[in-house]
Structure formats: C-alpha cells, structure tokens
Write a protein that binds this ligand. Structure first.
Ligand code: SF4
Length: 328
C-alpha cells in the first residue's frame, strides 16, 4: 500500500501546490489534500491555534486537523527564504513547530527546511530529506523534483498568460474596469476567507488581476527605486507587482486584502497606497479575521465599484485623496 501524505490547503499551498503534487506523484506517494476552507475547518483552526495568530495561520491549523487521522504524514515545509537575500514571514518559518505544539494526535510531520537566502544548495537538501521518508535515494528524489519543476514552470507560464492560480480561470481583458486584487496569495485565493471576492467582482463586470500574473523580473524592477530594499519575498511581489501595474496604467483600482494584525501588510499597504494616491488610482483595504462578516465586505465592494463607475462617467471630476475608502 502506498504511503499517504497530507497537504493542508493553506499558506504556501497557493504558491507551490502544483510543484509538490508532481514531486510526490513522481515519488510514487499518494497525496491527500484537505478540502477548500469551510466553516468547520475555520472553527477547528481557531480552536487549535493561539489567539494571537493571523487568520491564514489559524485556517492552516484547521486543514491540518482535517488531515491528521487520514494520512501517514503531513507535509509542512519550514519556509525561511525562497529567494536570494530575502526572507519569509517569521510565521512561515515557525509554522511546523506551531502546529506540532498546538495540536495533539498528529502523524509524523515532514518539515524540510527551505532556506535559499545564500544559495540553492539547501533546496537539494530539502528534497533529499523528503525523499528519505519514502526510502528514495538522493538521485531518485532529485530526479522526481526536477521533473516536477518543469511541470511547475509550465503552470507558472499559464498564470502569466492570465490564468488564476489553482482555479485556472482567465481574466477578461475586455472588462470595463480592471481591479488589482492585492495581498498574500493565501488571502487572495482562499475563497472562503475572502468570501468569494473574485466571483463578486466578476459578477459586477470587473476584471480581476493579481500580481502572480506578472513575471518576477518586472516586479523587482519596479521596487528598485525604493529608498530601502524590501527583504520579504511576498513583499517584493505585492509592492513590485502593484507598482508595475499602476505605472503602466493597466488598472482602474486596487483592493488590498489584509489579515488583521499582519505586520508585513501594514508596511506593504502604506507603500502601495502612497503610490496609488500619487497616481489618482482608487485604493481600498479589506481587513479580514475570523469575525469579519460577509455583509460588511459586500458593502465595501459595492461602494468601491460604484466609485469606479462614477469616475469613468465623469473623468474630469476625479475624487480627492479624502475620498479614498478605508474599511475594516
Ligand atoms: S505575512 Fe502576515 S498574514 Fe502572512 S503569515 Fe505572516 S503575519 Fe500572517
């Protein structure tokens, strides 16, 4: 019988699932993926996790809870750095330990360390470490990974062509307004915690763009003028992507989805909002936590889209900075 590895549908799942799925398949391992976030997963995550954690971390605990009695292992990499001279949020690197200390009755956790701040050598170590759980030689594990990486690169290319990660929906360039949905991937693409914002925007004839649709080089080029280098990789992507799309005049408005209490977001929101104000691009913040109600989110989105419609009807009567919407 094949070993079963559980992959929680949270956090870095939204960035790397296709890579992991192919890697484990190539190793001959069966994957069990937790379902899309739902009320039960959220409630279990909130119950299991420390109160101070942000919503995505709590949700992640809920996904682990779903998997724990169904699999032989749970895969939770320890993400320290995914790019040279840059870091991940401390909660990313502490995630496997947080889970292990907060939850009882877990199967063995596979927690390879991903630390690419100095070189890519550590990636090799992480791959070999993972392969050992399934009695695979270093060569077999690396071969499985290289094959998976080729498939992953093709997937990333499809995203740059306009497909949304995971659900694979393409954005429609002919929509009357284009909205940049900004924030961490696990807030943008988890339909339960963001209350289906992509569907809501589309239902209102708005096109949805995300920074994952841009290539890394473009994003980094647009942050190079900042007085201080952003040393978080997610931060580079969020700010650089927003700057690129604003500077090229490709978007009509920005909705930033932020997790309540996220220190990184408070810096990134400030940087992007300042640029949006300078260029006269409407910008709104939706802050989410486990208490956020859908009615409030709907009202904010409707108000924001109404403002965009109003602007497009009367371009000469642009809103002043005081009319930017901030919301919770
Ligand atoms: S970056 Fe913010 S939202 Fe993401 S894990 Fe860290 S604190 Fe949570």
């Amino acid at each position: 019988m094949k070993d079963k590895v559980g992959i929680p549908r949270g956090m870095f799942y939204y960035d790397y699932y296709i890579l992991w799925e192919n890697f484990f398949n190539n190793l001959g391992v069966e994957i069990v993926l937790s379902p899309e976030t739902n009320k039960d997963i959220l409630d279990k995550g909130v119950h299991a996790c420390v109160d101070e954690a942000c919503l995505p971390v709590k949700v992640f605990h809920g996904h682990v809870d779903y998997l724990k009695d169904r699999v032989d292992y749970i895969f939770i990499p320890k993400f320290i750095s995914v790019y040279r001279r840059e870091y991940c949020c401390p909660k990313h690197l502490g995630l496997p330990d947080m889970v292990r200390h907060s939850m009882k009755g877990l199967p063995e956790l596979i927690k390879p360390k991903v630390d690419l701040k100095k070189s890519n050598r550590d990636m090799k170590r992480a791959i070999i470490h993972t392969g050992k759980y399934f009695n695979k030689s270093a060569g077999a594990a690396i071969k499985a990974f290289n094959k998976a990486q080729n498939r992953f690169q093709r997937y990333m290319e499809s995203i740059r062509q306009g497909a949304m990660p995971i659900h694979g929906i393409k954005y429609d360039e002919y929509n009357p307004s284009q909205i940049l949905l900004l924030g961490h991937s696990y807030n943008i693409y988890d339909r339960y915690i963001n209350m289906g914002i992509v569907d809501k925007l589309r239902a209102n004839d708005a096109g949805v763009i995300t920074v994952e649709m841009l290539d890394t080089h473009t994003m980094r080029k647009h942050t190079s003028g900042l007085s201080k280098r952003i040393f978080w990789t997610h931060g580079q992507r969020i700010v650089g992507g927003a700057f690129a799309l604003m500077d090229e005049g490709l978007i009509d408005g920005i909705i930033y989805i932020s997790s309540f209490g996220c220190g990184m977001d408070s810096v990134l929101m400030e940087l992007t909002e300042r640029r949006a104000k300078k260029l006269g691009i409407p910008f709104t913040i939706l802050t989410i936590d486990e208490q956020t109600g859908e009615a409030g989110i709907n009202t904010r989105i409707e108000a924001f889209l109404d403002m965009l419609k109003w602007r497009s009807k009367d371009e000469d009567n642009l809103p002043t900075h005081g009319e930017y919407i901030h919301s919770r």
